[in-house]
Design a protein around this ligand. Structure first.
Ligand SMILES: [Zn+2]
Length: 572
């Protein structure tokens, strides 16, 4: 059996993500997971929240909560929204888990043993009042360039000038406001990525099937300018994985934690252990996905992410894996995405511009969003969400094409025959032509889905829906019925069976509607139409069904205008 390990880039714990975030990783990863399960593959689909680091500390302080409590609450919020969007993770973990703590410390110990860790002394700002070192963004002061009085130690957000904390005039702690600051010496661990450059280069060169977007970004970071730089993997913070050498203390590193970029991707592995632990399974259960010496040799590992995450996943995380000297699974294929823009500009979390995941579900069911986002996925270039396009796509594709087909066929059968698959008549030339056409289209759909060509898959699925509509329009059972009810029965028998086939084929895109259709057709038969002619006989004569409720309501012009107005401004 094919075994596929799928990870989606893990969302940062702060705040609820917007639709641009969703379509850049989790949603296409879910599409691929659902498709492969439907085709009989054994799938492990992993995601998690990325919880450590300065932004979580700051947000928790702002909310007046201990950071662990803040993260626990935000995790529940994100998990609930993911669930309501139909994201079918096998496990949605947390990078703050004990499993990730242990594994991160293990990797650091291995990297040290293999000679890939260097201890570096640097100067950093220390706040006597706060009793801690301050990361650059925890220091505020007046910008030497524009005079803005709340510039951060890393950048002035007024004039965008990149700054060092020592550039600021009258620097103060962003935590306490104290100006009692001093520059102190502190020691940090660096991952010697530069030593792994040739190995990384050879590995990336071997990935000839990767999308150009992925390899070009990786190559740029590997070769441009100074090339691959060594990177600090520790921070003077309280919130994070404590620095340890495996299970041993690391002399001189007491009170420090690993930098969030180091522990976050390790959570892909740790979350799979969380999955096993939650089910009372032994280590072999998760190791068979991740250790090539323990069964992961036959696993195909695919990662989904936005283009901003590519450098970490093509260089830094592989450097951690390769440098460990242990047989961990490296990624086989990286599917990366460009950005989705919002109505003439960018989605903005800080400005609350665009539609966020919770707001989307407040106004329409998940399938409407899933269909639009996937059928307009920013694959070869950035794409743009507009309300006009969203309305047109939902109304035409979902309501007029798929929804209408299901509705017309079931209602007609119910009124002229009975709410059961009718008997009589036989398939003729027109039906054979349809079967041939559908066979071609379904095989093309399978090819696009396997290749993760998301937009092409959506277009092919739509054309499969259209083929059924064209058939119905052409044979017009409502006319046939008057002269030849037997032939009309055969046409409707085919169409009713086609409804089940549509539900099965469409489930990766629109799982809720698909389940609703199958429930209406009164069947649990989710078998894939490998042989479309056979599949069109799956619901036998006499099989009863219920006429489903309206599957997709159309979006009105009033709604479109109201929502466009509502989401243009600032989120509360
Ligand atoms: Zn400035």
């Amino acid at each position: 059996m094919t075994r596929i390990l799928i990870t989606s880039a893990i969302p940062y714990i702060n705040g609820i993500k917007h639709l641009g975030n969703l379509v850049g990783s989790q949603l296409p990863a879910d599409l691929y997971a659902r498709y492969n399960r439907a085709r009989g593959a054994e799938v492990m689909f992993i995601c998690a929240t990325d919880e450590h680091g300065t932004p979580a500390e700051l947000a928790a302080a702002k909310a007046g909560k201990p950071v662990a409590e803040f993260c626990a609450e935000m995790y529940e919020v994100q998990a609930d929204i993911a669930n309501r969007f139909g994201l079918s993770f096998d496990h949605f973990g947390r990078s703050s888990s004990p499993q990730n703590r242990k594994l991160t410390q293990h990797f650091a110990g291995r990297l040290k043993a293999e000679g890939y860790i260097e201890e570096v002394s640097e100067k950093q700002v220390y706040s006597n009042a706060d009793g801690r070192f301050l990361p650059d963004r925890y220091i505020e002061g007046t910008c030497p360039n524009c005079g803005y009085d709340s510039a951060r130690g890393d950048q002035c957000e007024n004039c965008t000038k990149q700054l060092d904390p020592t550039d600021l005039i009258e620097p103060r702690s962003a935590i306490s406001g104290s100006t009692d600051l001093e520059v102190r010496e502190t020691k940090h661990l660096y991952l010697r990525q530069s030593k792994l450059k040739d190995q990384l280069d050879a590995w990336i060169n071997s990935k000839t099937d990767w999308p150009v977007l992925t390899t070009s970004i990786a190559k740029k970071w590997l070769h441009d300018g100074d090339g691959l730089r060594d990177r600090g993997i520790t921070r003077d913070l309280n919130w994070g994985v404590p620095v340890k050498d495996g299970e041993k203390d690391w002399p001189g590193m007491e009170g420090k934690v690993f930098y969030v970029w180091f522990d976050a991707p390790i959570e892909y592995i740790a979350a799979t252990k969380e999955w096993a632990d939650a089910r009372g399974l032994d280590d072999g259960a998760w190791e068979s996905w991740w250790r090539t010496d323990k069964g992961a040799d036959d696993v195909r590992y695919v990662q989904f992410m936005g283009k901003d995450n590519v450098p970490f996943h093509t260089l830094s995380f592989p450097a951690t894996i390769m440098g460990s000297g242990e047989p961990w699974k490296l990624v086989d294929y990286i599917k990366s995405f460009n950005y989705l823009n919002y109505d003439g500009g960018q989605f903005s979390t800080s400005k609350g511009r665009g539609v966020f995941m919770d707001q989307a579900l407040d106004i329409l069911p998940a399938d409407y969003w899933r269909w639009w986002l996937l059928s307009h996925a920013p694959e070869t270039s950035d794409s743009e969400f507009t309300w006009e396009n969203f309305q047109a796509s939902v109304n035409k594709d979902l309501a007029d094409v798929l929804g209408n087909f299901v509705s017309r066929v079931t209602k007609f059968c119910n009124s002229k025959f009975s709410p059961a698959v009718p008997e009589g008549g036989a398939y003729g030339e027109r039906e054979q032509a349809l079967i041939a056409d559908l066979t071609t289209k379904i095989r093309a759909y399978e090819g696009h889905m396997a290749a993760m060509d998301v937009r092409k898959s959506a277009a092919e699925l739509r054309s499969i829906w259209v083929a059924g509509n064209e058939y119905l329009q052409e044979v017009a059972p409502w006319s046939t019925f008057k002269e030849n009810p037997e032939q009309a029965a055969a046409q409707i028998r085919l169409a009713l069976n086609l409804i089940r086939v549509y539900a099965v084929l469409s489930a990766p895109f629109i799982p809720t509607a698909s389940a609703q259709i199958l429930s209406g057709m009164n069947t649990l038969d989710m078998s894939w139409p490998d042989d479309i002619e056979a599949a069109l006989g799956a619901l036998p004569v006499g099989h009863e069904f219920t006429v489903p409720e309206v599957l997709f309501a159309k979006i009105t012009d009033d709604q479109r205008e109201e929502w466009a107005e509502k989401f243009s401004g600032v989120r509360d």
